[in-house]
Write a protein of this length. Structure first.
Lengths: 108, 108
DNA sequence: GAATCTTATCGTATATTTACGATAAAGGAT
DNA sequence: ATCCTTTATCGTAAATATACGATAAGATTC
């Protein structure tokens, strides 16, 4: 049985879904919010802010990194994370195109 | 072992994550796009547009309905789906607050 | 070099997601 | 009433996601 059919959609649909998935867990939403507020943040500081173990937070960071929303820069023994402006702009554009559609009244 | 800790975040973080999850599969993105374009759409027409079986599409519709983004109205033997304007406005507001943050340069 | 600190990765358990066919349920047509 | 159409739900299989502790890997310090 085919398990996933995600490839059979348009690149735009796939990308929006990837970005949506990145924001589909409260921990990842919280991480992005934190990075928006602080601009940059060492991994350990992120771990302190979340009710999750270090390894779990590391896993969430990896997912955000994979989708491109954040970048990590090695800073001695630490890793400093921040939002990638390019991908952020891309995400804004995608969701912007989505939500520029006004729905006034329920059609059915 | 605790499997999920999603409750331990703020209501806003949880809600954004729910809406993100709704858009985390290309099929659901495609369904929303279709409803944006056509205003309303009978279930069968949605199934025809997607490379998925009827039961799988029905499952995706249920998820979108659960999060509130769409409504289904029984129309004889058919079900007519459309976007719920209230939840749509809520989603726009949530993601708008997110993306109003400008990231100019990489902080690290 | 040894000890320490920080973060990523591995191993693992459990829950959830995705997908389909089969079937049920409900309305319309003959 | 019977058949057909349409959609939701059930059952099920396989892939992913979530979470943690343990361990590895890399840098700094002693």
């Amino acid at each position: 049985m085919a398990y996933t059919k995600k490839e059979e959609f348009t690149p735009q649909e796939i990308r929006v879904a990837q970005l949506g998935k990145a924001l589909s867990h409260p921990a990842r939403v919280a991480i992005i919010k934190l990075l928006l507020k602080r601009q940059e943040c060492v991994c350990g500081a992120i771990v302190e802010e979340l009710p999750l173990s270090q390894s779990t937070v590391s896993q969430h960071l990896k997912e955000l990194k994979t989708v491109g929303l954040i970048k990590g820069e090695i800073d001695g023994p630490r890793v400093c994370y921040c939002i990638d402006p390019k991908v952020w702009a891309e995400a804004r554009k995608h969701f912007g195109l989505f939500f520029e559609n006004d729905i006034i009244t329920k059609a059915c």
